[in-house]
Structure formats: C-alpha cells, structure tokens
Design a protein around this ligand. Structure first.
Ligand code: NAD
Ligand code: UDP
Length: 309
C-alpha cells in the first residue's frame, strides 16, 4: 500500500484517479481548492477509511508525507483557465515548484498532468513528443499553454539537479462522466445542449479536429506511466482517432435522438485547427493504447448526464 497525493483530486480526471487508487488498495490524500472541482465527484469516497480530503491551494506550500504525487491541479477548460489567467499561471508554476519540493523532500515520485496544449496550434501532424510546438506566448490560451510548458521544464530541472523521479504525461482531450456540465468544453456542451433541446454551439466552421480519449483509458495510462520504473521523457496519452467538431455534433445528435439544430459561433482566438496524438511512445514504453471507441464512451457519458440532469 502506498500513500498517494492527488492534487486536483475533486476534479473530473482527479476524481476517477482517486477512485481507482482506492480500489487498488492505496491510501489517497485528495487535495483540492474547489475552483473547478466539485464535492459531488468524490462524495462516495468521503467515508472510505483510506481516503482523506484536504482543502488547500497548491500555490501555497504544504507539508505531507507521501510516496507518490499525481499533480492534476489546474483548471482545464478554456473558459475556466481564462477566468483568472494570472492564477492559472501561478498554479502551473508556483504550484508546480511546491509539489516538486514536496516530492524532493519525501523522495516521492511525481507525475505532472501536462497537456497537448504544449504543442499549441501544431504545424506537425500527428504530434510526437519531440515536436516543440507552435504556441502564441501572449494569446488568451498562453496562461495555460505556457504555464504547462514551464511546469514541464521545472520537472526536468528538478530531475536533473535533484534526481526527483518525474513522470510527464501530455494528456489529449479526455471526456467522460463527471465532466462539469457547465465547464464549456465541447463534449459536455454538445451533450447537455442536445439533451435540453438547445442548439449545439459549433465554433467556426466545425472543421477543426480533436481526438477524444475516454476517461478510463486515460487513467490506465496515467497509472502505467507512474508505476513503471524508468524516467522517460514526456509521454502522449490520448486517443489517436481524430474527429471534426461537426462529426462530433452529428454523433451526439444521433445518440441522444435530439432534434437540436447547429448554431455556428465565432471561432475563439488561437483555437488549434488540428490535434491528434502520436502514441508510439506510450505503446512501446507502457504497452498502453486506448480501448474505448468514441461511440461507446459517448454512450456512457450521455447516460451520466441524463442521470444528473
Ligand atoms: P478539472 O478542472 O475538472 O480539474 C482540475 C482540478 O484542480 C479541480 O478540482 C480544481 O478545483 C483543482 N485546482 C485548480 N487549481 C488548483 C490549485 N491552485 N490548488 C488546488 N487545486 C486546484 O480538469 P480535469 O479535466 O480533471 O484536468 C485535470 C488535469 O489534467 C489538469 O491539470 C489539466 O490541465 C490536465 N489535462 C486535462 C485534459 C482533459 O481533457 N480533461 C487535457 C489535458 C490536460
Ligand atoms: N467547441 C465548439 N463548441 C463548443 C465548445 C467548443 O465547437 O461549445 C470547439 C472549440 O472551438 C475547439 C474544440 O471544440 O475547437 C474543443 O474545445 P474544448 O474547449 O473542448 O477543448 P480545447 O481542445 O480547445 O482545449
């Protein structure tokens, strides 16, 4: 049994991770400042003897004794991370230093939840880990993209200078139950709009692409990367099947049986045109690949939103 700190543990991905670690027999310290996290996501774990909830902000230091740290804390939807851009930057920089310092003191292994956004609006397709990216350092997404890029650099430098065992995962768009219905991300928006009979808000012409990974596959990938013993470079974890936003909208309409129409709205500034992971490294190092096709993952996600509506 290990003692594992999950920052951002009350969020979408963090709550699934906490659940899996508890099920495996670990002791979980779930830390969250509840900016985008929700108590309802972890309500079922609160009475578990190996689960502990800590309300805290990683921008401030904290002293805990743990074996592993999953640093998931950071708002992930553009709407949320642009709400207070300076705070977003602090979370990925000052917060990252605090978590790396904690890992160094405890000799704990630390996994950083990085993002496909480090590739920006990529000029190389699909994206491999050795691509340096195409990021606007001053645009509205930069608080997130550049924050995550600094966080990766901090991890690498703590590894080189202090031998901290780091794991960097570049997460591509992930969806599933417990995504906040109001967080503005495309999958939650489309499903909730379809279920309410409202128009599906397609930004731009809807020809931009994303590759959607179901949350269970993603969590498997995170745990595999954390638990193998090599410190390799960053690893893309995502589903390499690429869809346009129009295709996603059509699939959501088909599965929900909704008669909602499409409403085209302006494309947000610096919205990446194409995004798809090259997952060769994850396949080779982790023997990992996603198992859940979009159709099946959407079914489960739609069932969840129907239940909570
Ligand atoms: P989320 O917004 O649901 O969860 C983030 C959690 O972090 C929330 O519970 C929030 O309250 C908490 N948090 C934010 N700032 C904090 C701070 N300063 N101190 C303590 N807690 C804080 O988002 P998510 O989709 O679960 O994403 C989790 C992580 O994975 C994030 O780091 C995100 O950047 C990364 N990621 C997610 C995706 C995705 O598609 N879901 C893609 C790429 C990267
Ligand atoms: N998008 C959309 N309608 C919405 C929300 C998002 O068409 O209601 C588009 C958005 O412009 C982007 C894609 O869907 O091209 C994915 O957006 P999301 O915010 O989910 O994540 P991103 O990958 O951009 O961080």
């Amino acid at each position: 049994m290990s003692t594992i700190l999950v920052t951002g543990g009350a969020g979408f991905l963090g709550s699934h991770l906490c659940e899996r670690l508890i099920a495996r027999g670990d002791e979980v310290l779930c830390l969250d400042n509840f900016f985008t996290g929700r108590k309802v996501n972890i309500e079922h774990l609160l009475t578990h003897p190996r689960f502990e909830l800590i309300r805290h902000d990683i921008v401030h230091e904290i002293f805990l004794e743990v074996d592993q740290v999953y640093n998931m804390a950071c708002p992930a939807s553009p709407q949320a991370y642009q709400f207070n851009p300076i705070k977003t930057i602090k979370t990925s920089t000052v917060g990252m230093v605090n978590m790396l310092g904690l890992a160094k003191r405890c000799h704990a292994r630390i996994l950083q939840a990085s993002t496909s956004e480090v590739y920006g609006d990529p000029l190389v397709h699909p994206q491999r880990e050795d691509y340096w990216g195409h990021v606007n350092p001053l645009g509205p997404r930069s608080c997130y993209d550049e924050g995550k890029r600094v966080a990766e650099s901090l991890c690498m430098n703590y590894h080189l200078e202090h031998q901290v065992e780091i794991r960097i995962v570049r997460i591509f768009n992930t969806y599933g139950p417990r995504m906040d219905p109001g967080d503005g991300r495309v999958v939650s928006n489309f499903i909730n709009q379809a279920l309410r009979g409202e128009p599906l808000t397609v930004f731009g012409d809807g020809q931009q692409t994303r590759s959607f990974c179901y949350v269970d596959d993603l969590v498997n990938g995170l745990m595999r990367l954390m638990d193998q013993d090599q410190t390799v470079g960053p690893v893309n974890i995502g589903n390499p099947h690429e869809f346009t936003m129009l295709e996603l909208a059509e699939e959501v309409l088909r599965q929900t049986g909704s008669s909602s129409k499409l409403q085209h709205l302006p494309l947000p500034k610096d919205d990446p045109q194409q995004r798809c992971p090259d997952i060769s490294r994850a396949r080779e190092f982790l023997q990992w690949e996603p198992k859940t096709p979009l159709r099946e993952g959407l079914e489960k996600t739609i069932a969840y939103y129907r239940e909570v509506m």
